[in-house]
Design a protein around this ligand. Structure first.
Ligand code: KIV
Ligand code: ZN
Length: 528
């Protein structure tokens, strides 16, 4: 049997639909680019029929994609398949992914359909999809609780109708590796045309078994694994693709399968996801958690120094973790700067290179030692201002434990300079309120996160904010050695996104009384 395993990424569909992980179009495009660099074979870009926004993002990802296959999810219904088809038509390699539940529970209570009716609908819709697209995946939703005889019938019929991939998902995360082995072995041994399609596995992690189940499926003949970066997804999430990839790489003695993943891109991809969603992996999360490669105990450190193999089963470099080094300083020139950025994976054009170099020089005036993490934060927090964007000119805050904080903020937009003064329970709150007055557009603060980019007292603070105008959410990041400045920068970026989405309605936005800046949220973050 061919040992190549296809990696199907559903971060932008199954992952994105989980609470707290929603992304806008621009963010999805950035993430799709990263996934392609990582080497996934299929990107499930969304569920085109679900909403206009979903349709537009699937379409934009399809148009941007290079050689990667772009899939769109569709229920086994003509209108869903039509929407998917339209959205992916410009991809070099489009795929329609259609599904119908096949377990008795789902048929009886959710779909209210007999097995026969479901089988007919599957045949009809897979045929319909295949007539529109040469690459069709059919998923038997809740496969792991489906009667095995019926499953074999459905798989045979779906392949006959034109499905090129058959996915057997553990939708509810109930299966254990023994179940998965039995299911895949039964299908392979009993479906006469099984060799005409690729078998795929898609596992949810409700019992913490998603990765083990995916590995068991591959050992039993699955040649496509579906999952997400960091395992994000419905409820307890999906198989974490970085964990699957590193198992294959580290335990090739047990798992002799090949994948196209460039494991050195893993860390950057996970970082991109957390910087977009502002959800960090748990510190002890395998492969990409902050502590995944930290050897704190003296005994371990001693062993590692004698021979790294004593405690290290894989190197941080193999997943692209950048070691903090003192690389550049005040006297470094633009060439040293751009080549260091290239080494970190950022290919900058001339304009960006000049812009970031200026920011780097400003940072050198504030901070003696610039680490790779500072450089990464600098690039990732900085968005090229668009013509109509507000940018920070200057600010002054006045704050203390026995007084009401005040902030005077001046913003610039083209030639226009606008200043405002506001008070608040802390300096960040006061400064954000001043920004709100200048842009004349109310917003609510939904989330505020402040952390240090590196160790030591002169570290830069990175602030990530999420605001809302009552309809949509907008995120912004800001980095500075001054956390008030970082907060204002993050706030302005988020506001620019908000104004981009509804530009001309001055004085609008969320009802100020209903949900204005959230004082409670900032209460713990207002100290310098
Ligand atoms: O978990 C699941 O069953 C799914 C299908 C739509 C593939 O996500
Ligand atoms: Zn799923």
């Amino acid at each position: 049997m061919n040992n190549k395993v296809i990696i199907f990424d559903t971060t932008l569909r199954d992952g994105e639909q989980a609470p707290g992980y929603s992304m806008n179009l621009e963010e999805k495009l950035k993430m799709a680019q990263r996934l392609e660099k990582l080497g996934v074979n299929v990107i499930e870009a969304g569920f085109a029929f679900a909403s206009k926004g979903d349709f537009e993002s699937v379409k934009a990802i399809a148009e941007q994609a290079g050689d990667v296959t772009v899939a769109s999810l569709s229920r086994a219904l003509q209108k869903d398949i039509d929407a998917s088809c339209e959205a992916i038509k410009n991809a070099r390699h489009p795929r329609i992914h259609t599904f119908l539940a096949t377990s008795d529970l789902h048929l009886q209570y959710k779909l209210k359909m007999s097995k026969e009716e479901a089988l007919n609908q599957i045949i009809e819709m897979v045929t319909y999809a295949r007539n529109k697209c040469p690459d069709v995946e059919f998923s038997l939703e809740d496969a792991t609780r489906t009667d095995l005889d019926y499953m074999c019938k459905v798989v045979e019929a779906a392949i006959k109708a034109g499905a090129t991939t058959i996915n057997l998902p553990d939708t509810v995360g109930y299966a254990c590796p023994e179940d998965i082995t039995k299911i895949f072995t039964t299908v392979r041994n009993n479906v006469p045309n099984v060799d005409k399609a690729i078998l795929s596995t898609h596992n949810h992690n409700d019992l913490g078994m998603a990765l083990a189940n995916s590995l068991a499926a591959v050992a039993s003949g699955a040649r496509q694994v579906e999952g997400t970066i960091c395992g994000i997804g419905e409820r307890a999430g999906n198989t974490a693709l970085e964990e699957f990839a590193m198992n294959l790489k580290t335990r090739s003695d047990i798992y002799p399968y090949t994948i196209d993943i460039d494991t050195k891109q893993i860390y950057k991809c996970a970082r991109q996801l957390s910087s977009i969603t502002n959800v960090k992996p748990f510190p002890s999360k395998a492969i990409v958690g902050k502590n995944a490669f930290a050897h704190e105990s003296g005994i371990h450190q001693h062993g590692i120094m004698a021979n790294s193999l004593t405690y290290e089963i894989m190197t941080p470099e193999s997943v692209g973790v950048v070691k903090t080094e003192l690389v550049l300083g005040k006297h470094s020139g633009i060439h040293a700067f751009t080549s260091r950025m290239e080494a970190l994976g950022y290919i900058l054009d001339k304009d960006d290179s000049a812009r970031f170099f200026k920011e780097f020089k400003d940072l050198c005036d504030r901070k003696k030692t610039i680490s790779d993490r500072d450089l990464i934060a600098l690039v990732e927090s900085s968005e090229k201002p668009k013509e109509n964007d507000w940018i920070l000119d200057h600010f002054v805050v006045n704050s203390g434990n026995l007084m009401t904080s005040t902030a005077c903020v001046t913003l610039r937009r083209g030639d226009e300079l606008k200043e405002s003064v506001a008070a608040g329970t802390g300096p960040v709150y006061a400064a954000m309120r001043a920004v709100e007055k200048i842009i004349d557009h109310h917003f609510g603060l939904v989330d505020y996160d402040l952390h240090a980019v590196t160790e030591h007292r002169d570290a830069q603070g990175e602030v990530i904010v999420k605001i809302t105008d009552g309809k949509e959410y907008y995120r912004g990041r800001g980095v500075s050695t001054d956390v008030i400045e970082a907060s204002i920068l993050a706030c302005i970026t988020a506001c620019n996104h908000m104004l981009d989405a509804s530009p001309m309605v001055q004085g609008s936005g969320i009802n100020a009384q209903q949900l204005s800046l959230n004082e409670d949220m900032l209460a713990g973050h207002s100290d310098r």
